[in-house]
Design a protein around this ligand. Structure first.
Ligand SMILES: *Cc1c(COP(=O)(O)O)cnc(C)c1O
Length: 450
């Protein structure tokens, strides 16, 4: 059998799949955090190009991918679908495990799929600079690469703890001409107000978002760009699932369960949404979203309106949330530390189409190392959550006497995350679970919509 399915270039999808028209209920609108009124296109215009604002609420099922974007996608797409035969053998599984490898991109993760599209639409509408945030550095790297292709300047607010722990991503951004600042900075009001209370603040994704949004809102030639959560970002990622569908058609198999890790939800959306459409059309298939026990948004958060960021500048959305003031522990899957989640993924969890589980980090590192030693790819600590759950699903199916076909998204490689692996080997990583009292405390300051 063919272990690795790579489609010809001509098989790259030419449209993204927009799940909104296929949802049982229309998504709730976003609200303006200052006025508490429903957001219209004019509220978002200082931050995003009009084409992306339209995509955010589009009722079209298919949105054509511009030729200029496809031309860059072709540098690494289609990404391979790989049967993890060595892993299956090592674990003695009857179940099959497949993975879609998004670490094949120049940024090392799926994030470049949307970065390229976002940079393109901004350039087309005459924008000169993008301001954005990054947690572990993956989104910053992707946006730097994308901006470089389209001749845009790129300013990255990088969560301070990652800036210090993961300097190589910062160097990578410099290769692609971006400027990178450890957040909180003293360049913005949001940053200065945090530093006033806590000069040693390690930062958080919420704070960095506030800084980037403020930078964009206060400069006419600058837009903001978000690497996850928003509907248009999830939609750009559907190239992953659309390719995987075609690839599965060549294997003779079909997934019984699809697993993806969830930070903001975009890579999970990317691999699952095209298959969720098939489930709505009658196929039998399960979807499992995996998050860290230290940031259990979908499993322990509540489904309600909340601010997108700490400083209450980003739109209010209906989603699962741990509260916008939530300060996650320094776990090593930095990309999974956001307090909220995609409104679309949240809605699918709420409506029962998607299941969610939370895993502790030591289990995910163990799975990552077994995977690396068998399949030859060191996974990103974020992706390790998907690997661990894929293994759990396969073992459970075997134990139930019903071997299954499991597909997971390998959202990125971990070549820049070796410091985290080293800490794991040195026994310095702990299993962190978020205490309920911290969740309750962070919930107190939610906006009141309805
Ligand atoms: C950012 C990131 C994630 C989490 O973000 P999502 O929007 O939930 O996909 C997961 N894996 C990798 C490799 C990442 O860089």
């Amino acid at each position: 059998m063919n272990r690795k399915i790579v489609l010809p270039d001509s098989e790259i999808p030419t449209s993204w799949y927009n799940i909104i028209p296929d949802l049982k209920n229309p998504p709730a609108p976003y609200y303006n955090p200052q006025t508490m009124k429903i957001i219209g296109p004019e509220d978002l215009a200082p931050l995003f190009p009009m084409e992306l604002i339209k995509q955010e609420v589009s009722a079209e099922r298919e949105i054509p991918i511009p030729e200029e974007v496809l031309a860059i996608y072709r540098l690494w797409r289609p990404t391979p679908l790989i049967r993890a035969l060595n892993l299956e053998q090592k674990l003695g599984l009857k179940s099959k495990i497949y993975y879609k490898y998004e670490g094949a991109s120049p940024a090392g993760s799926h994030k470049l799929n949307t970065a390229i599209a976002q940079a393109y639409y901004n350039k087309k509408e005459g924008i000169a600079r993008i301001a954005t945030e990054t947690g572990a550095g993956q989104w910053g790297s992707a946006m730097s690469i994308a901006c470089n292709y389209f001749g845009l300047k790129c300013t990255v607010y990088m969560v301070r703890v990652s800036y210090e722990q993961k300097p190589y991503r910062k160097h990578l951004m410099h290769v692609f001409n971006a400027e990178v600042f450890p957040s909180p900075t003293n360049r913005t009001n949001s940053g200065r107000s945090i530093l006033k209370d806590n000069p040693n603040s390690p930062g958080s994704l919420g704070i960095a978002i506030s800084e980037a949004v403020e930078d964009a809102a206060t400069h006419a030639d600058t837009h903001y760009s978000l690497g996850s959560v928003l509907n248009h970002v999830c939609m750009h990622q559907t190239v992953i699932g659309l390719e995987a569908k075609k690839q599965f058609a060549q294997t003779g198999d079909y997934p019984d369960v699809i697993v993806g890790c969830v930070g903001g939800g975009s890579n999970f959306a990317g691999i699952t949404f095209p298959f969720i459409k098939e489930k709505m059309d009658g196929k039998k298939i399960r979807f499992v979203a995996v998050e860290p026990a230290a940031c259990p948004t979908l499993t322990k958060g509540i489904y309600d309106f909340d601010y997108g960021d700490t400083a209450k500048m980003a739109p209010i959305a209906l989603m699962y949330t741990l509260g916008h003031t939530f300060m996650p522990d320094g776990i090593h899957a930095g990309g999974l530390r956001y307090h909220g989640a995609s409104a679309l993924v949240s809605q699918l969890v709420k409506e029962g189409l998607v299941e969610a589980v939370a895993l502790k980090q030591l289990e995910t590192f163990q799975a990552a190392i077994t995977f690396a030693q068998t399949e030859g790819i060191v996974p990103a600590p974020e992706s390790a959550h998907a690997i661990a759950q894929a293994i759990n699903e396969a073992k459970k199916a075997d134990a139930d006497g019903k071997p299954a076909t499991v597909l997971f998204n390998l959202s990125g490689h971990g070549n820049f995350d070796m410091a985290s692996y080293e800490m794991y080997f040195e026994g310095k990583l702990k299993d962190i679970e978020l205490p309920q009292k911290d969740i309750d405390a962070a919930m107190k300051d939610r906006p009141h919509i309805k």
